[in-house]
Design a protein around this ligand. Structure first.
Ligand SMILES: C[S@@+](CC[C@H](N)C(=O)[O-])C[C@H]1O[C@@H](n2cnc3c(N)ncnc32)[C@H](O)[C@@H]1O
Length: 231
């Protein structure tokens, strides 16, 4: 049953995990997807106060950081920088010689996109320039900002192969599919592709469900993260 009173009392609580409306994958505990993750010690930097409508939740941030820590992911690509809080935390939990490459549209973006996108799915944020949260932190040297349209960029020039790609850019079906196919071609064998908004956004959920017929994908309980294991 829908917890209507809870929704009215805290719409954002509903927005985070209550609105799991889409997606066919069963949700598993993070420890089922990553058996040794309970041991992970993580660093969380500025995890609170993010834009709850746009960013990952603090719990999702902890899960992402623990995945980085427990897998030792060094070369990480994020599609969709926004304010840079997630790039900052991925960098803080990567080894000292790790590098997080994060992609967003440029500050002078002319609102044109390489793929056709319905207006409601544009998802281009107004935090420009993106990445403000990681700048002026000790982790800034581990973050490389790239400006461009994820469907127009040459991913092979971004530093392939990656250990992990986090897809959180434009949420239209065509963009998520384009980002996913490029991610699958850019991640090393044994690496990870992680999507945000699984279960919450229909287009994202469709792409993830379709990808689950090609590779193993685990949807992580109490988050909107889905993790694909590239073999
Ligand atoms: C949901 S926000 C990303 C949130 C961020 N990953 C976080 O965890 O806080 C989506 C971002 O993707 C960017 N974006 C949208 N379309 C894009 C595109 N075609 N190429 C690159 N970035 C895009 C938006 O400007 C926005 O900053």
């Amino acid at each position: 049953m829908l917890p209507v009173r809870a929704m009215l009392g805290d719409p954002l609580a509903y927005h985070t995990v209550g609105s799991w409306t889409f997606g066919r994958l069963p949700r598993v505990d993070i420890t089922q997807a990553f058996p040794r993750i309970e041991e992970a010690e993580i660093v969380l930097v500025k995890p609170l106060g993010g834009d709850a409508e746009t960013s990952v939740t603090p719990h999702e941030m902890a899960v992402l950081c623990a995945i980085v820590r427990s897998t030792g992911a060094k070369r990480i690509l994020e599609i969709g920088t926004f304010d840079g809080r997630t790039a900052l935390n991925l960098a803080a939990n990567a080894p000292a010689d790790g590098l997080v490459t994060t992609v967003d549209l440029p500050a002078d973006w002319n609102r044109g996109l390489a793929l056709k996108v319905p207006h409601h799915a544009m998802n281009a944020t107004s935090v420009l320039p993106s990445g403000l949260k990681y700048r002026d932190t000790p982790y800034a040297p581990r973050v490389r900002q790239v400006y461009g349209d994820s469907a127009a960029l040459d991913w092979s020039a971004l530093g392939v192969p990656f250990d992990m790609v986090f897809i959180d850019g434009c949420h239209s079906y065509d963009y998520v599919m384009s980002d996913t196919l490029r991610a699958l071609g850019s991640v090393r064998q044994g690496g990870l592709v992680i999507w945000h908004d699984y279960g919450m956004i229909e287009d994202v959920s469709r792409v993830v469900d379709e990808t689950a017929s090609r590779i193993q994908v685990r949807a992580i309980r109490s988050t909107s993260l889905a993790v694909g294991f590239v073999s």
